[in-house]
Ligand binder design. Structure first.
Ligand code: SAM
Length: 254
C-alpha cells in the first residue's frame, strides 16, 4: 500500500479529494492511504500557534519549525518517509517526477507551506522541494493535491485499464492523441473514418501519427528528448513536409 502523509494547517482541504473518483476507489481498495496531519496538533501553546514573524523584518509570517519537526518525528516512527516540501522554486513537477514518486517504496510526506513559507531549517528533513509551476499559490495544499493525483493514478491497480496510462500524454515523451465518442457526425463534424474502420493496426498507426503531429504543433521541444522509433521519425519527417496520414500510408505501402 502507498501511504501519503500531508502536513497542513487545512486538513479539510483534502476531504473532497479523498472522497472523489479514482482516488476514493484506490483508498477503498486499500491501495492508497492519505493521512492528513493537522500541523496545529503539534503545537504546544494554548493558541495552537503555527506561525511567527520573519527575522530581519518584512511582510507576512512564516510557519514555525517546532510543530513541523514534531509532526515529522511522529510520522517517522514507522519508518522515515520520503519528504517533499511545496516551494515555488522547487524541482518542477512533471510526469517523470510522478513516476519516481509512484515507484518509491517508502511513505511520502508532503509538507504544505503557507504565509511567506516555512522556516528554512525545516529543509534539513526534506528530500526534495517541489513546484507545480512558475506561479505563486497562497499555500502548498493545491500543489499537494496535484502531486498526489498524478502519482496515485500510476500505482498498479488504481486505473482499471493500464494501457490508458501508457497512452497518456508524456508517458513516452509525446503528447496524447485526440479521441472521439458517439455520435459519428455532430453539427456536421465527422469522426475520422479510420477510427470507425475496425482496423486496429491502422487505428494504432493513425493515433501514433496524431501523437507526433500534436507534439510537433504544441510542444516541439519535447521531441528532442523523446525516444522516437524509426516509424515515429518517418512520420515526423512527413508531417514537417506538410504531408497527410494518407500520404504516409501510400509512401510506405501500409
Ligand atoms: N514567499 C514565497 C516566495 O517568495 O516564493 C511565496 C510563498 S507562497 C505565498 C506560500 C506557500 O505556497 C509556499 O511556501 C509554498 O508552500 C506554496 N506554493 C506557492 N506557489 C507554489 C508553487 N508554484 N508550487 C508549489 N507550492 C507553491
Amino acid at each position: 500500500m502507498k501511504k501519503f502523509h500531508v502536513l497542513t494547517i487545512f486538513p479539510e482541504f483534502f476531504e473532497c479529494f479523498k472522497n472523489t473518483g479514482i482516488v476514493s476507489r484506490a483508498v477503498e481498495k486499500g491501495i492508497v492511504q492519505i493521512n492528513t496531519v493537522n500541523l496545529r496538533d503539534y503545537t504546544t501553546d494554548k493558541h495552537r500557534t503555527v506561525d511567527d514573524v520573519v527575522y530581519g523584518g518584512g511582510p507576512g509570517m512564516l510557519l514555525k519549525p517546532e510543530p513541523i519537526f514534531r509532526a515529522y518525528e511522529d510520522i517517522s516512527q514507522n519508518g522515515k518517509p520520503y519528504v517533499l516540501i511545496t516551494e515555488p522554486w522547487g524541482r518542477k513537477f512533471d510526469q517523470q517526477f510522478a513516476w519516481e514518486l509512484a515507484e518509491k517504496d517508502r511513505d511520502i510526506l508532503i509538507i504544505c507551506g503557507r504565509y511567506e513559507g516555512v522556516d528554512e531549517r525545516v529543509k534539513s528533513i526534506v528530500d526534495e522541494e517541489v513546484s507545480i509551476g512558475d506561479f505563486v499559490l497562497s499555500g502548498g495544499e493545491p500543489a499537494a493535491l496535484v502531486i498526489m493525483d498524478a502519482v496515485i493514478r500510476l500505482i498498479p491497480g488504481v486505473v482499471g485499464d493500464e494501457d490508458s496510462i501508457r497512452a497518456d500524454s508524456f508517458s513516452d515523451g509525446l503528447l496524447g492523441y485526440p479521441n472521439y465518442t458517439r455520435p459519428a457526425v455532430y453539427k456536421g463534424m465527422e469522426v475520422p473514418e479510420v477510427l470507425r474502420s475496425g482496423n486496429h493496426k491502422l487505428i494504432n498507426l493513425w493515433r501514433r501519427w496524431k501523437q507526433v503531429e500534436n507534439t510537433l504543433k504544441k510542444r516541439p521541444e519535447l521531441l528532442e528528448k523523446a525516444d522516437l522509433t524509426q516509424n515515429d521519425k518517418k512520420m515526423l519527417e512527413m508531417i514537417k513536409e506538410g504531408k497527410t496520414f494518407e500520404d504516409f500510408l501510400k509512401k510506405y505501402k501500409l
